[in-house]
Write a protein that binds this ligand. Structure first.
Ligand SMILES: NC(=O)C1=CN([C@@H]2O[C@H](COP(=O)(O)OP(=O)(O)OC[C@H]3O[C@@H](n4cnc5c(N)ncnc54)[C@H](O)[C@@H]3O)[C@@H](O)[C@H]2O)C=CC1
Ligand SMILES: O=C(O)C1=N[C@H](C(=O)O)C[C@H](O)C1
Length: 271
């Protein structure tokens, strides 16, 4: 029998980190090869299971990515941009599949990730769920079918701890709408109106971010014209769906050539 690929989870104390640990422990296709937190975090040096409030797991939380990645076939990373770009270089050196769920990445961050993907497989998506990735394909089709008289607005809602806006998912949906329309998102994007903005510019794609309570993640694409509206909506009510998508990506990447991939590749939804 071939051995399960070993996976290192980064940011293990985080909302997604803890969810990912639970999903890997429940998986019969992947095994937990390491757990990382940032230097100075009070989980570093402790047994992961105990830190999570349960039985010992025999896995000590580390702050040394180089050492942890050397033992792994995959790294699943939902942390923060500065950490993720560093992990991209180190995972590529270790030739481990790097699954990136982190959002809020800058153009410079993306360029660094692109470079790392010359040496190893990187799967990156602002949303790892099947539903959202399907929604991007539908959004692209609807945007392509409608003319410029249809205004496009993207409304996203998240919990009050989220640090980036618009969400990674909103940007994926915006990219899909712009692609469907045959325009570049950065030339038509209109973010967070305030004050005397003037009338809406035809062709713009608007973004709006709601933050409150414990909302897991809701995304709506509104197409509005005179006399009618279409809304496409996805609601995530449980973070485990993002974690399961990430595990699927880590497995999918095991036999792929170095390069940058997304969840449409993993889910076989690319056209
Ligand atoms: N692509 C997707 O499907 C999803 C993406 N996300 C994204 O994942 C990221 C994390 O989200 P949450 O778990 O809610 O945040 P969180 O704040 O609960 O967790 C982030 C964790 O990363 C740790 N961290 C930061 N720097 C680190 C370093 N250098 N080394 C090791 N650990 C480090 C933090 O200490 C923290 O525990 C965000 O960018 C979020 O937008 C969240 C859900 C789904
Ligand atoms: O921070 C979150 O929580 C989420 N982030 C991702 C995003 O920015 O779109 C995915 C999901 O919506 C939850």
């Amino acid at each position: 029998m071939t051995e399960c690929p070993g996976v290192v989870i980064t940011g293990v104390s985080g909302r997604m980190g803890q969810m990912l640990v639970r999903e890997v422990l429940a998986s019969d296709k992947l095994k937990l090869a390491g757990a990382l937190e940032r230097s100075g975090h009070d989980w570093v040096g402790r047994d992961l299971g105990e830190a999570m409030g349960g039985a010992p797991l025999g896995v000590v939380v580390s702050d040394d990515p180089l050492e942890a990645f050397a033992r792994a076939q995959a790294v699943i990373d939902f942390t923060a941009p500065a950490a993720t770009v560093e992990f991209a270089d180190l995972a590529a050196q270790a030739r481990a599949v790097h699954v990136i769920g982190t959002t809020g990445l800058s153009e410079d961050d993306l360029a660094r990730i692109h470079k790392a993907a010359h040496h190893a497989v990187i799967v990156r998506a602002g949303n790892m769920s099947l539903g959202v990735n399907l929604l991007t394909t539908v959004t692209k089709k609807v945007a392509a079918a409608l003319d410029i008289d249809w205004d496009i607005e993207i409304i996203e809602s998240h919990h009050n701890k989220k640090v980036d806006a618009p969400s990674g998912t909103a940007l994926m949906l915006g990219e899909a709408a712009a692609e469907g329309r045959g325009v570049k998102l950065d030339e038509v994007s209109d973010r967070g109106r305030d004050g005397i903005t003037g009338a809406r510019k035809q062709g713009d794609i608007g973004f709006h971010a709601v933050r409150g309570g414990d909302i897991v993640g809701e995304h709506e694409v509104l197409f509005a014209t005179a006399g009618e509206r279409i809304t496409l909506k996805h609601v995530a009510s449980d973070r485990s769906l993002f974690a399961r998508g990430a595990l699927k990506a880590a497995l999918w990447g095991q036999d792929k050539a170095p390069g940058e991939y997304d969840m449409l590749d993993v889910l076989g939804l690319k056209d």
